[in-house]
Design a protein around this ligand. Structure first.
Ligand code: XIL
Length: 335
């Protein structure tokens, strides 16, 4: 069944990595994004601070440059992200009320970015990391989002939680995205420490259902992204069965799934660690390939020396000289 599903997905499955033009070692990037990675997301260039440096002034320079790199190498491109509490422009925090952010600031920003990047973007992280870490089972979507502690960075109208007395800021982002995105672009909620049968993953499922019910965006245009920033030593990762079960729950609704930011910190690159890392990577890719609704698999940072986890974390598929690690072979054997 795995092979049958992979065959069925040929041409619609997108496997790739982050890229930002300023970190390019041209020859390595050119060859690796031609022969191995086939899909690109901008590591930082499409975030709010980069794309709206002054209020109402859209600057898609780096986001477009990364998309052009993808296109030039025959790769597809996905968008990350239109709303996040982090990497916001300096004009945003503290300056606006929640009502202004929901009514004007978010719709303007989402429209400028999504319209500006065009209809070929495979998917957008419309909202990134909006679910709290202290959630428990059975919480409503609103409670899941209220549990997030970081809102004071984007609103300051007297109450740091003002933005989340309801989810209208999320509906505003999704309604705008749906209006201006390409007709097959998927619109995603994206988060970390999600994927299995736990409270935070249940929140991701509750949130995407809540968004559908309040925006009427069809389920087949919605997606849930699983960042998958893993740490091998703490066991903070899921089995492929656990992932498959979550993917299938979302698939039954018609919602797509994707692994959006995979990396696995191992800290020392002994051969045992690298084999362990490779096995986890294989499980995640198997779970995605096996699921009929998982269409994108993105690795966060293309090689260890560029990893946000730190070079010594050895968290990516290629070492600091750009040589493939066991995990790269594990992945290549599946694609
Ligand atoms: C990280 C980038 O990799 C870093 O270069 C940057 O300094 C901070 O952000 N979750 C996300 C990504 O959604 O946007 C983050 O990327 C990593 C965690």
């Amino acid at each position: 069944p795995i092979l049958a599903n992979v065959t069925a997905k040929k041409g619609t499955f997108h496997f790739g990595s982050t890229f930002d033009t300023y970190e390019a070692d041209q020859s390595w990037f050119t060859s690796t994004f031609t022969t191995f990675y086939r899909h690109v997301v901008s590591e930082n260039g499409c975030k709010w601070d980069a794309t709206e440096p002054s209020q109402g002034v859209s600057d898609l320079t780096e986001c477009l440059a990364t998309q052009s790199f993808a296109t030039a190498h025959g790769n597809t491109f996905r968008g990350h992200n239109t709303f996040w509490h982090s990497q916001t422009p300096s004009w945003l925090p503290g300056s606006f009320t929640a009502a202004q952010i929901t009514g004007t600031i978010i719709p303007q920003h989402v429209q400028a970015e999504i319209q500006g990047m065009g209809s070929s973007v495979t998917s957008w992280d419309v909202v990134n990391e909006v679910i709290g870490d202290g959630v428990s089972n059975g919480m409503t979507a609103l409670q899941c989002v209220q549990n997030k502690g970081d809102w004071p960075t984007v609103t300051s109208d007297g109450s740091g939680k003002a933005l989340v007395t309801d989810l209208s800021f999320i509906y505003a982002a999704f309604n705008t995205a749906y209006q201006y995105a390409g007709s097959s672009t998927r619109l995603a909620v994206n988060d970390y420490n999600t994927g299995g049968q736990d409270a935070k993953t249940a929140c991701s499922i509750a949130l995407i259902q809540n968004i559908q019910q309040n925006t009427n965006i069809p389920y087949n245009r919605l997606a849930v992204g699983f960042q998958s920033h893993l740490t091998a030593s703490t066991g903070g990762f899921y089995t492929k069965q656990a992932l498959a079960s979550t993917f299938s729950t979302l698939g039954a609704l018609g919602v797509s799934t994707m692994i959006t930011e995979m990396d696995i910190e191992v800290n020392s690159d002994t051969s045992a660690n690298l084999r362990y890392q490779a096995a986890i990577w294989g499980d995640y890719l198997d779970a995605c390939l096996y699921a009929s609704n998982c269409f994108e698999f993105i690795n966060w940072d293309p090689r260890d020396d560029l990893s946000w986890r730190g070079t010594s974390a050895a968290a990516t598929l290629f070492d600091s000289s750009g040589n493939p690690k066991p995990a790269a072979y594990e992945v290549a054997a599946r694609l």
